[in-house]
Write a protein that binds this ligand. Structure first.
Ligand code: ADP
Ligand code: MG
Ligand code: MG
Ligand code: MG
Length: 808
């Protein structure tokens, strides 16, 4: 969660009247910063993750799992604990102490490492421990019946057939969201959040309306008309929207921002050494965002029903879609109704629409999406010397209105504040975010990867984070080229959310990702050369400059994409490039992650027939093998390599189906629960058992075969004993181990003696054994068992890991 200004939010009419003011000054603030930071170089590779949790509360009497709304109290004690630890710490390690942040849902927490990590494998091997430490700290500050689950969507958020909040007196009658399902009490009480909620609704002219296709099971009524929607409620004018068509048959209808912003995700932010590298990393990760969304899909149930999708993306995109009907193209554009200025093809929460790099590999044809821009913003940025590609990026973000303005923040000094800029930037919630350095000298150009769903265990969260980090390293080291038309990335985004996308869908991806080979094949394809044509989908604008026509059309936008060495915009694209349609193909996730060899008769590397590519003939090196090759080139000790391999194995196994995604696992769990009636309903009992099971699985108290690698539970329990320190933890872990063993015995009824020493080591156990002493966790021994000391412990452990890290 970025910006949390304090103050009094203006009401919507005032906010809307100030939209141009915020945009204008936001851009002046960006420019003031730009002059200072555009040539900034030499920042080291740093990165950090963000993990979001929902705090679930168990009622053992009623067997219900509800959402705890104690975010405020929990964050307060966590902050006190943080301050206390900082005070105690004498050795300048304050910035190693993990931090907790508020999130939109009042049942959510977010944690980040105290300080960003480096990217050496040694440092990467400390990430999982850091994540576990954060979870442990959160846990220690919760009530005994509360647990922090890293669960992307709470299956019974907003049900009306039972209680889903820890305070059953709360009812959905809030003015901000006017939701039929969600009380405003679930919203973070900081003025920003209810105001955001209300203003999105006001700007849009109706409540948000999300319709997820229901998963049709054996006994799901068809058509499915949701009996739990209070169709005839008459509390707010918007109450009639549901029956007037906002709620579609055969869909799960959701009418509030909380359904999306109340989902949890896993994000990763990288610092690049310069703006050029940041732009390159941003671009190369754009085509990867749908792939990692499909792989991390973890949210198959919403509002008490199984959905026919596995991921949250369309829910959250719809949950903050503030576009007016005119902007959405449902009504003709006329006048300036509710701030309408132009057609907008996407919600503020959506995939990105342009690549950013100035390198020649970034062909104009790749940016083939409709691309509305704020013409005034673009003109101002270009006039100030920003190149057209980056100017257009920001001008695209700045088509949006500010949604919340605090009265105290209206007038700012544009040379010393970034608040207006951040106001627009941080409410463009896209698959990737390009983050300029904040004011002050400490932090450089960064990019954030935002598509992943949060995983049930920190092993998985670390695995996917580390995979993305290593992939960026491989991209930079091997100068990989993943460019492809951005419209195809969008097709992939839609496919990535489908049920079992990993097993069932194909995804567009660039075939030839090596630049040297690309040059060869480009030369080979010379016979097919043609001038790259701009296909008419250049930037559009409702602003007056565009309305004047002509001069701001696509051609002008794409000028300058191929700068001459001096940086001026003159050079035109190389004429021998093949049509972009020949550059990509469709692949399964398994092929993309694990690689695909060409069929035997087409395996000739020089393949003169490359231009006549049929979809089945393309080979692909695989993202995991690429990362492995990168690791091979480094001098890494055996234990660290084993840990990296354990992470890569997880990604690989999820891709080839040896292990299923969290979404598939949760869906199966629900469908095979004795209380499931085959009617798509996730009732209270199933939800309770699911949440309990997820918690036990995370702790290593219960195996999850087919979902987590063999050996996960044992490894997790050992970590707990070692890291939590103290007799209590050891006792708890021993009890957990006993419980797990008992369960296993019951499950397998095949006791072949469980002497540790007799068993072959699973890959995970081997990795754990190999690294058991590598990361300096010993600081935990004898440390008292409360949150403060855990924070200190985290700081010391991190510092130790850093000391040990050998940077390649
Ligand atoms: P937001 O919510 O705005 O995306 P957060 O502050 O929650 O941002 O998280 C930012 C992430 O970036 C954290 O994981 C943090 O560790 C990481 N980070 C902080 N400084 C840097 C840096 N200089 N380079 C890269 N990552 C950083
Ligand atoms: Mg967050
Ligand atoms: Mg954050
Ligand atoms: Mg973030």
């Amino acid at each position: 969660m970025g910006l949390l200004s304090l103050g009094t939010p203006l009401d919507w009419p005032e906010t809307q009247a100030l939209a141009s003011h915020v945009r204008k000054h936001g851009i002046e603030q960006l420019l003031s910063l730009w002059y200072k930071v555009r040539d900034r170089r030499g920042d080291r590779v740093l990165w950090g993750d963000e993990l979001e949790y929902i705090v679930v509360c168990f009622d053992e009497e009623t067997k219900n799992a509800t959402l705890s709304l104690r975010q405020g109290e929990i964050l307060k004690v966590l902050a006190e604990s943080h301050a206390d630890s900082c005070e105690k710490i004498q050795d300048g390690l304050e910035d190693q102490i993990p931090t907790f942040h508020p999130e939109y849902g009042r049942y959510m927490l977010e944690s980040t490492p105290g300080a960003p990590y480096g990217a050496s494998p040694k440092e990467l091997s400390a990430v999982e421990r850091n994540m576990r430490m954060r979870r442990r700290i959160a846990r220690r500050h919760l009530k005994p019946n509360e647990v922090p689950l890293t669960l992307t969507s709470f299956p019974r958020l907003g049900v009306t057939d039972g209680v889903f909040l820890d305070d059953p007196t709360l009812v959905p009658n809030g003015k901000a969201s006017q939701s039929l399902f969600l009380p405003d009490d679930i919203i973070n009480q900081h003025a920003r959040f209810p105001t955001l909620t209300a203003n999105i609704r006001k700007r849009k002219g109706s409540k948000v309306a999300i319709n997820l296709p229901i998963f049709v099971d054996e006994k799901t009524p068809q058509p499915f008309i949701d009996p739990t929607i209070p169709w005839d409620r008459n509390l707010f004018p918007g109450d009639s929207e549901a029956k007037e068509g906002a709620a579609k048959p055969d869909h799960i209808y959701m009418d509030s921002m909380g359904f999306g912003m109340g989902c949890c995700c896993l994000q990763v932010t990288f610092q690049a050494c310069s703006i050029h590298e940041a732009r390159a990393i941003y671009d190369q990760l754009v085509p990867v965002t749908p792939i990692i969304l499909a792989l991390t899909a973890a949210s198959p149930a919403y509002r008490g029903y199984l959905a026919d999708v596995d991921a949250r993306w369309s829910v959250i995109s719809g949950a903050v879609d503030d576009r007016t009907p005119e902007e959405r193209g449902l009504k003709p554009l006329e006048g300036n109704k509710n701030g309408t200025r132009m057609r907008m093809n996407k919600s503020r929460y959506d995939s990105v629409d342009s690549y950013l790099s100035l390198e020649s590999a970034n062909r104009p044809e790749y940016s083939d999406n409709p691309f509305p821009v704020d013409e005034g913003v673009r003109a101002r940025l270009e006039e100030a010397g920003m190149d057209p590609v980056l100017s257009s990026h920001f001008a695209h973000l700045f088509i949006r209105d500010p949604l919340v303005i605090f009265s105290e923040m209206v007038d700012q000094d544009d040379s010393s504040s970034m608040d207006h800029f951040e106001n627009i930037q941080s409410t463009n919630w896209q698959t990737m975010r390009f983050k300029p350095p904040p004011l002050g000298d400490k932090i450089g150009w960064r990019v954030e990867v935002r598509s992943m769903e949060v995983q049930v265990t920190d092993f998985e969260n670390a695995a996917f984070s580390v995979f993305v980090v290593l992939l960026t390293r491989a991209i930079l080291s091997f100068r990989l080229n993943f460019y492809m038309p951005i419209s195809k990335v969008d097709v992939n985004m839609l496919r990535a959310q489908k049920r079992d996308a990993v097993g069932q869908e194909k995804f567009y991806f660039r075939k030839d990702v090596y630049r040297t080979r690309e040059r060869h094949s480009a030369a080979r394809s010379a016979a097919h050369s043609r001038e790259p044509s701009v296909n008419g989908n250049g930037p559009t604008s409702g602003g007056s400059a565009a309305a004047a026509g002509g001069s701001n059309g696509p051609a002008r936008f794409f000028e300058g994409r191929y700068p001459t060495p001096s940086g001026s915009r003159a050079a035109s694209p190389a004429p021998w490039l093949p049509p972009v349609e020949e550059e990509y193909d469709e692949f399964t996730i398994n092929e993309l992650i694990n690689g695909k060899s060409a069929p035997a008769d087409d395996a000739n590397e020089d393949g003169a027939s490359s231009s006549s590519s049929s979809s089945s003939s393309s080979s692909f090196p695989g993202l995991v093998p690429l990362v492995s090759s990168y690791l091979d080139a480094l001098d890494i000790d055996v234990s660290t390599r084993a840990e990296m391999d354990a992470y890569l194995s997880l990604v690989s196994a999820r891709a080839n189906g040896t292990l299923v995604t969290a979404a598939t696992w949760i869906r199966r769990y629900i469908r095979s629960h004795p209380a499931y009636k085959g009617d798509s309903v996730v009732n209270q009992e199933i939800n309770y058992d699911l949440c309990k099971t997820l918690d036990r699985v995370e702790r290593g108290e219960e195996e999850a075969p087919g979902f987590l690698p063999e050996g996960y539970a044992e490894r997790r329990r050992k970590q707990e004993v070692k890291e939590a320190g103290g007799a209590a933890a050891a006792k708890a872990a021993a009890a957990a181990a006993a419980a797990a063993e008992a369960k296993k015995d019951l499950a397998t009824a095949n006791g072949d003696g469980d002497g540790e020493e007799g068993k072959p080591l699973s890959p995970l156990t081997a990795a754990a054994a190999a690294t058991s002493n590598a990361a300096g966790v010993g600081a935990g021994v004898g440390v008292k068992d409360d949150g403060r000391d855990l924070m200190l412990q985290a700081a010391h452990a991190d510092a130790q890991a850093k000391k040990q890290a050998d940077g390649p």
